[in-house]
Design a protein around this ligand. Structure first.
Ligand SMILES: [Zn+2]
Length: 345
């Protein structure tokens, strides 16, 4: 019997879950960003403006869903020069459309005074003081999760964070395996190895592809920071609650272009169906990673591409995850799955 890891029912909705509008330092208004993304086949957008959680439900329609969120930043203060300062940036997405109270709020700090009127916060909550250290960051993650938000860890390379920092963070729902804006600017913001670092330490978290777009440059140049990384969410319907439910349950994958159509287990063999790939990789926790090349796909005798590959899993693989790589080197990444939850053996 097949056990589907990405649900068989529902539809895939293309999403950008990290973006900046004129509410903070982006160039496009939320209306313009919605129009732009909708025109390119996206169905879900989160305007995660810096420190400013502003709902945009008025832009939601039958074919497009706006999620509420913001980007919460922690900055190392020992450096006079910001270019040397490490930061930790988290995207915080409301899992309930009615949740419009900004968590981890401070009445006098971190938020531009001329923008405070845009926000709502819980008057019974104390001011949240920020320090760039794991205890404080983990406390923010805990508070946001407790208040019904989905928390993601953003662009570790741009942030100058290393193993010593990111391995101390606990409780995020997901991390960015690709952040396109950072990649465009020259950072190697494909974070598969960091994802494995966190998984191998026993953390459970998902992966997102995001644009983190600010749209400051010419749309026709290669430094336009939209449409380079996205998340495909498999949800029962294009409603806030269905999409939030899919996020919480990991019913999605991250991509720079390739598509993953199906992911299932049958007799402890993992099946992956995808858009034409040059190579498909299955990463596990131990030194037993597996790869399948185009010429090994039985469905294509000419050996030009792979569209259905299989991997045999073993009970002592703690987790497994799949990367689909197309002929241009673009990647799609599944979330990690844990064998003890899924294997029969
Ligand atoms: Zn951002």
């Amino acid at each position: 019997m097949k056990k589907y890891l990405l649900p068989q029912t529902g539809s895939f909705y293309k999403a950008n879950l990290h973006s900046h509008s004129t509410v903070s330092d982006g160039t496009l208004t939320p209306e313009e960003m919605k129009a732009l993304y909708k025109s390119r086949g996206y169905a879900v957008l989160a305007c995660t403006d810096h420190e400013l959680m502003v709902p945009h439900h008025d832009l939601t329609d039958d074919g497009f869903l706006m999620l509420t969120g913001f980007e919460l930043g922690f900055e190392e203060r020992f450096h006079a020069n910001f270019l040397h300062a490490r930061v930790c940036d988290l995207c915080v997405l409301a899992l309930d459309p009615d949740n419009d109270l900004q968590p981890c709020y401070h009445r006098t700090k971190y938020i531009p005074d001329d923008r405070r009127h845009l926000l709502r916060f819980d008057p019974d909550e104390p001011d949240f003081e920020r320090e760039y250290n794991a205890d404080c960051i983990n406390e923010a993650i805990r508070i946001c999760r407790e208040k019904g938000f989905f928390v993601t860890y953003n662009h570790p390379h741009w942030s100058l964070e290393r193993y010593e920092q990111y391995t101390k963070y606990k409780g995020m729902n997901a991390m960015e395996i690709c952040n396109y804006s950072s990649f465009i600017d020259g950072y190697d913001e494909y974070n598969g190895p960091i994802y494995d670092d966190l998984l191998r330490l026993g953390n459970r978290l998902f992966v997102l592809g995001t644009d983190d777009n600010h749209n400051r440059r010419d749309p026709n140049c290669r430094m336009w920071d939209s449409f380079g990384a996205f998340t495909m969410i498999k949800a029962q319907a294009l409603t806030y609650r269905s999409v939030a439910d899919a996020l919480l349950n990991g019913h999605f994958y991250a991509s720079q272009g390739p598509e993953i159509h199906g992911l299932w287990l049958e007799d402890d063999v993992l099946h992956v169906t995808c858009s034409p790939a040059d190579k498909v990789v299955c990463t596990v926790d131990q030194r037993r990673c597996m790869s399948r090349y185009a010429e090994q796909d039985k469905n294509d005798p000419a050996g030009r591409f792979a569209t259905h590959v299989t991997f045999e899993l073993l009970p002592d693989d703690v987790y497994f995850r799949v990367t689909v790589i197309d002929e241009n080197g673009l990647k799609a990444d599944t979330n990690a799955y844990f064998t003890k939850d899924h294997l029969k053996k």
